[in-house]
Write a protein that binds this ligand. Structure first.
Ligand code: ADP
Ligand code: MG
Length: 617
C-alpha cells in the first residue's frame, strides 16, 4: 500500500496538508526529520503514516498520559493496532501490553520517557525490529522550552542501547532557534530534513476588546455561540469561581479547573469538557497542557495573561481541527496590576541570587509590557504576534479585530472649533451633554431652559453624528484643548490651547475607527425559518438541524465506545457530511475523515440519519 492509500483507508483524508508529505517521504527514505508545525497542523500523521508502511515497529515518545491516551484511542478507532505504556496502567495491564508487544501485535507503541530505560522494556525492545523512534512534543527536551522534561534526555541513551539505530523523527510547535538547535543536538539527529511551516494559525481570528462589563460581554458571546465548546481563561482562581458560578446560574453548562480543586474534581471536570458533557470550561492557565480536544471553537481570555507566549499557547487551543475559531481577549487596566503583582511575588519565592532574580523579573516585566501593547495596538493583531516570535506577516490579515475595523486619521478641526466655540459663547457654564445637544440643535427642555437655542452655534453640528460629536469632545478634553472640572456636575472650560483652534492656528487630527463595516453574521434564518450557520473557510451553509442530529449520533456512539466524541468523527467531518449528503457507502467514503474502518463501524448509522434528514427537507 502506498502513503496516499494509507491516508485514505485509515484516516479518511484525500490529500496531505502543508509539509506532511515531505515528512512522510523523508522518513520512508530513511532520513531523520525535524518537523516544526503549529498546533493543529497535523504532526501526528507525519509519523503515523510512515509507521504503518515501515517494516518494523514505531515507538512514539510522548510527554503526557492524556496525549497518549487520546492518540491511541484515535488509532484504534481507525483500525490500527496501537498501545501505550505508561504509569496509568496497572502492573497486570502493563505485563499484558508487553506480552502483546513481544508478539508483534502493535505497529505503533506510545511510551512515556520514564519507561524507556527500565530493564524490562530495554530487554524486550532489543529483541524487536524497531524501525523508527518518533519524539512528539520534542521541545520538552530543551531547557529553553516552557515544558522542559529531564526524562526526555534519556531518549538518546535508550536509542544507543538498541542493536541498530532506527530512523529518528521529532516534532514540535515551538519554533525558537534555541529549542530547534537543542532538539537536533540532544537527539543526535543525523543530517535531518528540517521543516518549519511557520507559526501562523490562519483559522484563528484574534480580537481584543476593552469592555465596561466583562461578564456582560462574555455572556453575550456565549449566547451567540451556544452550540459551541469554548474555554474561558481567567487569571486567578477567584475569578474562575466567580465567572463559572455566574454562567451556571444563567443556565450554561460550564465547569471549572484550577489548582485549588482536588485531583478527582479536576479530572472529572476536564473529562466533562473533553467528552462534550459540558460546553464551557472556565479555568486558570493550569488547564490545557495535553488537551487535544479538536473542536474548541473559541478561547476567551477574561483577563490579559502575563505574556504573549502564554497567550498564544492558550488561545491556540482553539480550532485544532482547522475550522474557523475565535480568540477574544478582554482587557482591563486591573489585569496589568494583577500580573505585576504575580511578577513581584515570583521574585520573592525563588531561591536564586539577587542578580539572576532581578534579570528574570526585568524580562517578565518587559514581556508584560509587550502583552499590554498588544491590547492597544491599532495594527494587525496577527502581525503583532508573529513579529513577537520573529516572523514577518503581511501587515494586514483581514481576520483580526483591528484589520476588520480599520482605523483612519481624520481631520476634525471643523467639529473641534464648533465645540470650542459653543463652550466659549455660552461662557463656560455647562457640561458635556448641553454642549453636544446645543450643537445638534436639540429641543430638549434643558436646552430651552438655558436658552441655548439662542446660542450662535445652535444646530451648527446637526450634520455630524452625535457619537462623533461626543468622540471629538472627549478627544479635546483628553488632549487639553478643553478641560472638564471635577465637580459633582462637571463643567467644560477653555484652556490655553482652545484659542489656537478657533484662530485656525492648529488643526486637530484624530485616529478614528472607520464606521464599522457589518462583519459576517454567524447565524441567519433561511426561507423556511430554519437556523443555518455559515461556516467560514468552507464557504457553504450547513443545515444546522442535520448537523445537530449527526452530533447527537456521534455523542451516543462516543458514550458506548467510551471515547471523546471528536475521536469518533471531528466536527469538520460532520460538516463535510452535511455538505456532501452521501447516500451510500461509496459517497460516504468521499467524506474527509471517513476511512474504511470507521465506515465499517459507523457508516450505516450516519447514513441512516443523513437519509432521514434529507427526507424531512
Ligand atoms: P498537531 O499534533 O500538529 O497539533 P494533530 O496531529 O493532532 O495536530 O492533527 C490535528 C487535526 O488535523 C486532527 O484532527 C487530524 O485528524 C487532522 N488532520 C491531520 N492531517 C490531515 C489531513 N491531511 N487532512 C485533513 N485533516 C488532517
Ligand atoms: Mg500533536
Amino acid at each position: 500500500m502506498d502513503k496516499l492509500k494509507v491516508l485514505k483507508k485509515y484516516f479518511g483524508y484525500d490529500s496531505f496538508r502543508d509539509g506532511q508529505e515531505l515528512m512522510v517521504d523523508s522518513i520512508l527514505s530513511g532520513r531523520d526529520v525535524l518537523g516544526i508545525m503549529p498546533t493543529g497542523a497535523g504532526k501526528s500523521l507525519c509519523y503515523q503514516i510512515p509507521a504503518l508502511l515501515l517494516p518494523g515497529i514505531t515507538l512514539v515518545v510522548s510527554p503526557l498520559i492524556s496525549l497518549m491516551h487520546d492518540q491511541v484511542s484515535a488509532l484504534n478507532q481507525a483500525g490500527i493496532h496501537a498501545a501505550f505504556l505508561n504509569s496509568s496502567l496497572t502492573a497486570g495491564q502493563y505485563r499484558t501490553a508487553l506480552k502483546y508487544t513481544m508478539e508483534g501485535r502493535y505497529k505503533i507503541i506510545y511510551v512515556a520517557p520514564e519507561r524507556l530505560m527500565t530493564e524490562e522494556f530495554v530487554s524486550i525492545v532489543s529483541k524487536l525490529n524497531i524501525s523508527m523512534v518518533s519524539v512528539d512534543e520534542a521541545h520538552c527536551i530543551s531547557q529553553w522550552g516552557q515544558d522542559f522534561r529531564p526524562s526526555y534526555l534519556r531518549i538518546m541513551d535508550f536509542i544507543d542501547q538498541l542493536p541498530y539505530r532506527p530512523v529518528i523523527s521529532a516534532f514540535t510547535a515551538t519554533a525558537t532557534r534555541e529549542v530547534r538547535e537543542d532538539i537536533m543536538a540532544l537527539l543526535n539527529l543525523q543530517n535531518p530534513v528540517c521543516l518549519n511551516t511557520g507559526f501562523d494559525r490562519k483559522n484563528l481570528k484574534f480580537m481584543v476588546q476593552h469592555p465596561q462589563d466583562k461578564f456582560k460581554t462574555t455572556l453575550s458571546y456565549v449566547e451567540d455561540h451556544e452550540e459551541d465548546c469554548g474555554i474561558i481563561y481567567c487569571l486567578t482562581r477567584k475569578v474562575v469561581e466567580d465567572v463559572c458560578g455566574k454562567l451556571q446560574r444563567e443556565g450554561y453548562q460550564a465547569t471549572r479547573y484550577h489548582a485549588g480543586l482536588s485531583d478527582s474534581e479536576r479530572k472529572k471536570n476536564q473529562e466533562d469538557f473533553i467528552y462534550d458533557r459540558k460546553k464551557i470550561m472556565v479555568a486558570t492557565n493550569a488547564f490545557g497542557m495535553g488537551i487535544d480536544k479538536s473542536n474548541v471553537r473559541y478561547v476567551i481570555h477574561y483577563n490579559m495573561p502575563k505574556n504573549i507566549e502564554g497567550y498564544y499557547q492558550e488561545a491556540g487551543r482553539a480550532g485544532r481541527d482547522g475550522l474557523d475559531s475565535e480568540c477574544l481577549l478582554l482587557y482591563a487596566g486591573q489585569d496589568v496590576v494583577t500580573n505585576q503583582f504575580f511578577i513581584d511575588r515570583m521574585e520573592q519565592q525563588e531561591s536564586m541570587d539577587d542578580e539572576t532574580a532581578e534579570t528574570i523579573q526585568e524580562r517578565e516585566k518587559d514581556r508584560l509590557k509587550k502583552m499590554t501593547f498588544y491590547c492597544f495596538t491599532n495594527e494587525c493583531l496577527r502581525d503583532y504576534i508573529l513579529r513577537y516570535f520573529g516572523e514577518y506577516g503581511s501587515n494586514y490579515c483581514g481576520n483580526c479585530s483591528n484589520c476588520l475595523t480599520q482605523f483612519e486619521e481624520k481631520d476634525v478641526t471643523v467639529i473641534a472649533s464648533l465645540l470650542i466655540g459653543c463652550v466659549k459663547t455660552s461662557r463656560q457654564r455647562y457640561g458635556m451633554t448641553v454642549i453636544v445637544d446645543t450643537l445638534r440643535g436639540s429641543k430638549a427642555a434643558k436646552i430651552m431652559k438655558f436658552r441655548m437655542d439662542q446660542n450662535p452655534f445652535y444646530g451648527k453640528g446637526d450634520q455630524v453624528p452625535v457619537f462623533q460629536l461626543r468622540q471629538v469632545l472627549n478627544f479635546l478634553i483628553l488632549h487639553d484643548y478643553l478641560l472638564l472640572t471635577d465637580d459633582e456636575y462637571p463643567i467644560v472650560k477653555l484652556t490655553a490651547l482652545s484659542e489656537s483652534v478657533l484662530e485656525g492656528e492648529k488643526s486637530v487630527v484624530m485616529k478614528v475607527a472607520k464606521e464599522e463595516p457589518k462583519i459576517k453574521k454567524e447565524k441567519k434564518q433561511d426561507k423556511k425559518g430554519k437556523k443555518t450557520k455559515v461556516v467560514e473557510g468552507l464557504d457553504q451553509e450547513v443545515d444546522r438541524e442535520l448537523f445537530q442530529q449527526l452530533r447527537e449520533l456521534r455523542l451516543e456512539i462516543a458514550k458506548e465506545e467510551k471515547v471523546p466524541p471528536y475521536i469518533v468523527f471531528s466536527d469538520k467531518t460532520l460538516i463535510h457530511m452535511c455538505q456532501l449528503k452521501p447516500g451510500n457507502k461509496e459517497e460516504m467514503l468521499e467524506v474527509s475523515g471517513v476511512g474504511e474502518m470507521k465506515y465499517e463501524k459507523y457508516g450505516e448509522s450516519f447514513l441512516s440519519v443523513l437519509k432521514s434528514g434529507i427526507l424531512t427537507k
